[in-house]
Design a protein around this ligand. Sequence first.
Ligand code: FES
Length: 115
Amino acid sequence: MTTIHSPETELARLDALPDQGFHAVTAVLDGDAETLVLYRDGDQVRAWLNVCPHAGRALDWAPGQFLKSREGHLVCAVHGASFELQGGVCVAGPCRGDSLRAVPVQVRDGRVLLG
Ligand code: FES
């Protein structure tokens, strides 16, 4: 896992991320170190804080290891909340209707950048 300290710096190389898969990085946001979950969808990447809105726990079952359902949802390893991967909205489970907190990222020249 990599710690990123400032905006516009590289979180990951796009080609290092599995397509339709997840990757965890640590970034400093507003002065606090936060773990992010990156989701690659072809040439696009979306990112959210690795914090479940249900009970505030990390979504992964081990560092950087995330569950994906057959329906293509990110599943929280703690109590099974399922999040769709466009807006990070919980579509099933104990926090249905709540959302993951999105973190803005962009892909430029094959690099995934914060901001
Ligand atoms: S903490 Fe994620 S479903 Fe409860």
